[in-house]
Ligand binder design. Structure first.
Ligand SMILES: N[C@@H](CCC(=O)N[C@@H](CS)C(=O)NCC(=O)O)C(=O)O
Length: 216
């Protein structure tokens, strides 16, 4: 008998409630389920108009939320991916502790630079420093953060780097420097995985999702 699919609420696309949307935390959970081949059912949530049943299971109104064995819904991609790892340990995506925070400042640095209206506030340099640190790590340990095999930290970083590349190019005409060759190779490796292709949002939805934050 086929296993009952696990249920997960994820973001629907901005302006297209029937299409998978542009939340990097939702995609991280979907990537983890895809890579572990866990059958799952996606419930697409229009975060602009959240249904009452969703607000009952997710009082903070955030996606992703994941339904656990005891029928409780759990928010937060850090917690959810941990639960999935414990319940479906094979293949293991545990990242060794010493590498678990590699690249963790890239996303906040990217958001700060994206929103910055002052070219001299250091936000571009801060992002470049974080990307260079990742490049150096990958040069020493790659092609993934923990070597030959993909692990949890890569599944967290992949959607964030995807957003960074699309959004900084679109809103600022900014690209990751070509000399960060290990970062470029890493992104190519991640974005070409079947799991990524299956769960990635359309470029126009990524742009539409960020537009209100850029113009705020
Ligand atoms: N720390 C959370 C962040 C989740 C999050 O910020 N989700 C956004 C979409 S990307 C959301 O639900 N926004 C809707 C809202 O806040 O109303 C996680 O890792 O899951």
């Amino acid at each position: 008998m086929a296993a009952t699919p696990v249920e997960v609420c994820v973001k629907a696309a901005a302006g297209a409630p029937d299409i998978l949307g542009d939340c990097p935390f939702s995609q991280r959970v979907l990537l983890t389920l895809e890579e572990k081949k866990v059958p799952h059912e996606k419930k697409l949530i229009n975060v602009e108009n959240k249904p009452d049943w969703f607000l009952t299971i997710s009082p903070e109104g955030k996606v992703p939320v994941f339904k656990c064995d005891d029928d409780k819904w759990v928010p937060d991609s850090d917690v959810i991916t941990q639960i999935i790892e414990e319940k479906y340990p094979n293949p293991s995506f545990v990242t060794p502790q010493e590498f678990s925070s590699v690249g963790s400042k890239i996303f906040p640095s990217f958001v700060k630079f994206l929103k910055s209206k002052d070219p001299n506030d250091g936000s571009e340099q801060a992002l470049l420093d974080e990307l260079r640190a990742l490049d150096e790590h990958l040069k020493a340990h790659g092609p993934y953060v923990n070597g030959e095999n993909i692990s949890a930290v890569d599944l967290s970083l992949a959607p964030k780097l995807f957003h960074l590349e699309i959004v900084l190019d679109h809103f600022k005409g900014w690209k990751i420097p070509e000399n960060l060759t290990y970062v470029h190779a890493y992104m190519k490796l991640l974005f070409n995985r079947e799991s990524f292709i299956k769960t990635k949002p359309a470029k126009e939805h990524v742009i539409a999702g960020w537009a209100p934050k850029v113009n705020a």
